[in-house]
Design a protein. Structure first.
Length: 90
């Protein structure tokens, strides 16, 4: 079917997230790497501009959790919003 549509079976690089907190609805989502291949042709049409983020390259230094890092590493920043679970209120 993909071949008949002139499409491919590939997804752009992405990271999945599952976020849970008491009193809030579970959030399952993903973020995509800016500049990644297949952003404009994702086989499952899951890419939204609001989910595309830049990876920031670092060389050594301190990671966000305070860990001393050596060599190259990458960070990614995104603020997630989760909705209150109104069905659990009395």
């Amino acid at each position: 079917m993909l071949k008949a549509q002139g499409r491919h079976p590939f997804r752009p690089e992405h990271i999945h997230f599952l976020i849970e907190a008491p009193g809030y609805r579970r959030l399952v989502t993903h973020l995509f790497a800016a500049g990644g291949e297949y952003l404009d042709s994702d086989v499952v049409f899951g890419v939204k501009n609001s989910l595309v983020r830049e990876y920031v390259r670092h060389s050594g230094g301190t990671a966000p959790d305070g860990q001393a890092m050596q060599g190259e590493w990458y960070s990614l920043h995104h603020d997630f919003s989760i909705a209150a679970d109104l069905s659990s209120s009395s």
